[in-house]
Design a protein around this ligand. Sequence first.
Ligand code: CP
Length: 325
Amino acid sequence: MQTDLRGRDLISDMDFSKEEVETVMDVALKLKRDRALGVPHPLLRDKTLAMLFFFTSTRTRSSFESGMAQLGGHAAFIDHTTTQISHGDTAKEIGEIFGRYYDGIAIRQCDWGFGNQYINDVAAASRVPVLNMQCDVYHPFQILADLLTIIEKLGDPRGKTINVSWAYASSYQKPISVPQSLILQMTRFGMNVRLTRPPEYKLMPDIVEQARENARKSGGSFEVLDDFDAGFVDADIVYPKSWGALLTTDDEEESARIGRKYTDWIADERRMALAKPNALYMHCLPADRNIEVTDAVIDGPNSVVYDEAENRLHVQKAVMALTMR
Ligand code: CP
């Protein structure tokens, strides 16, 4: 166990070593147990967290806000439109100034080609930990919650096959941060990771290369498929979700046209039957119901989506308690 995480940022999934991620899992399980038993755990009494949002959220906002209160502190919700950012406050000023008011700064900035740089620029100027609530490249807290869910449901992740798959959605061009963070973190834990996607839905080449390297080091495996059904075959975990064709086009209309070629990429009961009998169905949510996944699957016996959502709370509390002490 690595216990010295005080003052650390979590922006990329790789910012914490595998051993440090194991510490987060351990602390998250303890805090989850304490909450179930009603044992108070005010580890961040009188501490404050700034939560700066450039994009909407249901789970991330509520789990960070509730988590800080349960730790005895306070989280301030800051919608960027109510700040002076559009009138000139720079990333450096946010880092410098919020770093003097708060004990941690959490940011969601998903703008393609900008979000990750912005969060790093804030971190460079901040004297307190900066936590990535999702950017254009990574969604590290979602994947910590996913990892905790897999460990709870299946035990040791080593040797388990996870199918990280694209699926069709019509709502909007979703960021590529969830699949990128999944292939990065799960390959570190010795899993057999399949990335299944149509050719237009590539992920960033350096992330894919890092996932391959992680798998090589951990004794797991990493493969890329372009056949939706094949991705489900004999998988222990299926994680079909939509993301935008961001590496192919930045034109919304062209992207929608490309997506419509693959409307049959929907997670349904026939596909679930190709996976192992008790395979987990996972999704970070929100999902486009009956477009991305059928009601029968997302509400079915294999679905663990609400446990995943709950675990956001526990892993985030663990990271805040470890970094913001
Ligand atoms: N999964 C997730 O990050 O949910 P929100 O977008 O609602 O925060």
